[in-house]
Design a protein around this ligand. Structure first.
Ligand SMILES: Nc1ncnc2c1ncn2[C@@H]1O[C@H](COP(=O)(O)OP(=O)(O)O)[C@@H](O)[C@H]1O
Ligand SMILES: [Mg+2]
Length: 174
């Protein structure tokens, strides 16, 4: 994760990752997005979310968006928008899993997608890159509408082409 963070800083990349260890999140994430039962329930700087809630239990119950209160992700809020999802919904068969999830990731930031098991973290990542048969909502990556794209065409090759071979070849393992 330290290497990943360094790449983000040195090369102006961005990372969206899922993680269960709060220690890792507090150490490396600039911002945290929290899901519960397929809905976004909180987002903001990790330490601010921790301080505004009563520990992990409160974190996953309480709905709040600390970005407006705290001025967004600080310096990051003015950086170029790389990935944006609006009202993202997803289904497995007839079962709706995601409900109107909004998220964005800006150049230069590391964003942790958090939530308990079954909250919808993996489904969110799959919906973003087009790995689900049924999804709805807007997804834009590097300014391109990829909401209808297959996974192999969703990501233009240029951003990953600049990654060294030693870096992880996929953005995340959910
Ligand atoms: N292939 C699937 N078919 C049906 N339901 C699924 C499938 N994968 C995940 N789910 C359900 O979707 C919900 C969200 O799962 P998931 O996105 O994997 O959560 P997380 O990654 O946060 O643990 C859970 O209720 C899970 O049981
Ligand atoms: Mg998962």
């Amino acid at each position: 994760m330290a290497l990943t963070k360094q790449l983000v800083i040195d090369r102006g990349m961005a990372v969206l990752f899922t993680e269960h260890s709060m220690d890792v999140v507090f150490a490396y994430a600039d911002r945290m997005i929290v899901l519960a039962r397929g809905r976004l329930i909180a987002q903001g700087k990790p330490l601010e979310i921790r301080d505004h809630t009563e520990g992990a239990g409160g974190l996953f119950r309480q709905r709040q968006d600390l970005r407006e209160e705290s001025g967004g992700g600080g310096a990051m809020s003015s950086h170029e928008l790389l990935l944006e999802a609006k009202a993202l919904c997803a289904w497995y068969g007839a079962a709706q899993i995601l409900y109107d999830v909004d998220l964005d990731v800006r150049r230069g930031e590391v964003v942790a997608l958090m939530g308990r098991n079954g909250a919808g973290k993996s489904t969110t990542l799959k919906a973003l890159i087009g790995m689900l048969a049924k999804r709805r909502g807007a997804v834009r990556f590097l300014g391109h509408d990829i909401s209808k794209s297959e996974p192999h065409v969703a990501a233009p090759p240029r951003p990953w082409a600049s990654c060294p071979r030693t870096a992880a070849s996929s953005p995340t393992s959910a």
